[in-house]
Design a protein around this ligand. Structure first.
Ligand code: UDP
Ligand code: MG
Length: 315
């Protein structure tokens, strides 16, 4: 029987952890009883530098029951880094790992199907939301726009899949080869390869606590996703520049004709418009290029993506 680890990043989640751990424990014990997974399987909470009581709760769970383990990061590094920290820390002990959020918005009853597909020979199982009925109007539409844009930019991601997925040990070893600092896991995992499949589920509302992804974080996450995976924006600027240059030749010809016809005082309007338009375009272009240079800067530093302060795990 194979060992399953659940990896759950937690940031200020004291309001949900008691209930989450209870529900997950029932699920895991059921799977162990049905002989679907080994009894060495574990639930691993990754504390992402929470300011509240989260780490104490995790330590308490671990003390009472060795089914629970905990990883304490040295400080808050954000969801993607915390998740990666969990995955990389447990990959030696587990045969398969499922990542999920602490608020259990992702239906844990499909874990059975994840494991089933793993035994069917799939290395990656993506959890895909069947609908977004429970999301707010804004979140639903902004998410749709995000996926459309990613598609246009040529980034291969699984539609309506967040970070609820199963990965096999060799997939995690593959992921470990990706050394980038700008993390966008849902874009990286398809690049690893291996056989994958999807399982659909209904996403629920957060049962307690509040979202740790306010609009600002959401936008910056989407932006990172695009600029970490596609150079299309830069190419777009290249073509825009070329187009404007070609247009300027036409304008030159036009200006010469006007000159020889003797109407030279005219043209203040076109001048002022082109000064503003070109200035704006140049700034925009420099901004996008700067964004990529910033990424290159961060990557060349090769700073650690996370630092584990403590790892509680007992066999
Ligand atoms: N999270 C984290 N570090 C952060 C922000 C969030 O580990 O800096 C975790 C959080 O505890 C949760 C998951 O990431 O388990 C997803 O966050 P949330 O449920 O708030 O996002 P939403 O579902 O609203 O998109
Ligand atoms: Mg959530």
């Amino acid at each position: 029987m194979e060992i399953l680890y659940l990896v759950i990043p937690c940031y200020n989640e004291e309001a949900v952890l008691k209930e989450t751990s209870k529900r997950l424990k029932i699920k895991m014990e059921d799977l162990i009883k049905k002989k679907k997974i080994s009894k060495d399987s574990k639930i691993v909470f990754v504390n992402d530098g929470s300011k509240d009581n989260t780490w104490n709760l995790i330590k308490e769970f671990h003390q009472k029951d060795k089914l629970f383990s905990g990883i304490n990061l040295s400080r808050n590094r954000g969801h993607q880094n915390a998740l990666l920290a969990g995955l990389m820390t447990v990959k030696e002990e587990a045969d398969m790992v499922i990542s999920l959020d602490a608020d259990l918005q992702d239906d844990i009853d499909v874990i059975d199907q994840f494991v089933e597909e793993y035994y069917n020979g799939f290395d990656i199982v993506y959890g895909v939301r069947s609908s977004r009925k429970k999301d707010t109007f804004f979140k639903r539409n902004s998410a749709l726009m995000f996926y459309r844009m990613m598609e246009k930019m040529g980034v291969q991601i699984v539609y309506n899949h967040a970070d609820y997925r199963l990965m096999s040990k060799r997939t995690l070893n593959g992921l470990a080869e990706f050394k980038e600092v700008n993390l966008f896991l849902r874009g990286m995992v398809p690049l690893i390869g291996y056989k994958s499949t999807t399982v659909t589920y209904e996403r629920a509302e957060r049962f307690a606590g509040e979202s740790k992804y306010p609009l600002k974080k959401m936008l910056s996450f989407a932006f990172d996703g695009i600029t970490s995976f596609s150079i299309k924006p830069i190419r777009f600027i290249l073509f825009l520049g070329l187009f404007i240059f070609l247009s300027s030749i036409i304008i030159l010809i036009y200006a010469l004709i006007r000159y020889f016809k003797g109407a030279v005082i005219l043209g203040w309007t076109s001048l002022i418009v082109s000064i503003w338009a070109l200035g704006g375009l140049q700034l925009f272009a420099i901004g996008i290029i700067g964004e990529y240079i910033g990424k290159v800067y961060m990557e060349t530093k090769k700073r650690p993506r996370f630092i584990v302060e403590e790892y509680l795990n007992e066999k």
